[in-house]
Design a protein around this ligand. Structure first.
Ligand SMILES: [Mg+2]
Length: 172
């Protein structure tokens, strides 16, 4: 069950202790897009998100790392003025590895922040980077995510039964 457990769990991207990440040596952040940075229905970043990313850029290198298609992902990347990987195929490790190699990063310098255990957390744990789970922004999901959520709910139940993870119990 280890692979399903995030290193940190917070309510949203805004609740994460970025100073702590920085102090742990993390300098590169991979952000999931859908339901992490933005809700599925939105096509543009909110003013709040734009400002937040601008501030975060002072401290970290930031990349959108999303399974969504190019058009959606690059739209956000352009608006936020950051790089992005689309069709990331999380939880497969291929594109994680590519990002690490391309940017000459060690595993302990990178964190992934996302709302799904089965893609963001499992993928990140596979590669050995820091994994940070956040609650999804909305309950509206894309079609593939809906299917994953169903599986995720079962996993969360098992984790809770074993005292390994409880939804709503935040930690870092
Ligand atoms: Mg997501």
């Amino acid at each position: 069950m280890e692979k399903y457990i995030p290193d940190m769990y917070q309510k949203s991207i805004y609740a994460i202790d970025y100073h702590k990440l920085k102090n742990c040596g993390i300098r590169f952040l991979l952000f999931d897009l859908d339901n992490t940075l933005s809700s599925v229905g939105e096509n543009k970043p909110t003013a709040k998100l734009k400002k937040f990313i601008e501030e975060l850029k002072q401290e970290f290198e930031i990349l959108i790392f999303s399974n969504s298609p190019k058009k959606r992902v690059m739209g956000f990347a352009e608006e936020l003025n950051i790089n992005a990987v689309y069709f990331a195929c999380k939880p497969l490790r291929r594109k994680f590895d590519f990002v690490l190699q391309e940017n000459k990063l060690q595993e302990n310098e990178v964190a992934i922040i996302g709302d799904q255990i089965l893609t963001d957390v499992v993928g990140g744990n596979k590669v050995g980077i820091t994994t940070i789970l956040v609650n999804p922004i909305s309950t509206k999901d894309g079609i593939w995510t809906k299917w994953n959520r169903h599986k995720e709910e079962k996993i969360i139940k098992k984790l809770r039964a074993r005292g390994l993870f409880t939804k709503g119990k935040y930690y870092d």
